[in-house]
Design a protein around this ligand. Structure first.
Ligand SMILES: [Zn+2]
Length: 103
């Protein structure tokens, strides 16, 4: 008959759900750890001004010193939310489109 019906009969829904949940938890942890070690090269000019990688605004020196920021506070916040939602991985590539694990 229809292929999706056969698949649903084979897979125990609660097994699939708990396995997905475990993978999501592991992935979230991995992202959290990766987040603590910035690997992106800062965009700096010869005067030592550092520019946001996303919007090219100058990042205040205090922020650069405090958190070794490579983005302004606005873009860093947006990015953090995007990472939490799984839209962007740590390397900066968009993962959402090819990664249709959910649904
Ligand atoms: Zn910015």
């Amino acid at each position: 008959m229809i292929q999706t019906e056969a698949f649903e009969r084979l897979a125990d829904p609660s097994d699939v759900a708990s396995r997905n949940e475990m993978m999501e938890t592991r992935e979230a942890l991995r992202r959290q750890v990766a987040n603590q070690t910035p690997t992106e090269a800062p965009d700096e000019d010869e005067q030592g001004n550092r520019y946001c990688l996303d919007c090219a605004e100058i990042i205040p020196q205090a922020r650069v010193k405090a958190v070794a920021a490579v983005r302004c506070v606005h873009c860093a916040g947006k990015r953090e939310r995007a990472i939490k939602m799984g839209l962007v991985n740590h390397a900066g590539a968009r993962a959402g489109m090819d990664n249709r694990a959910e649904e």
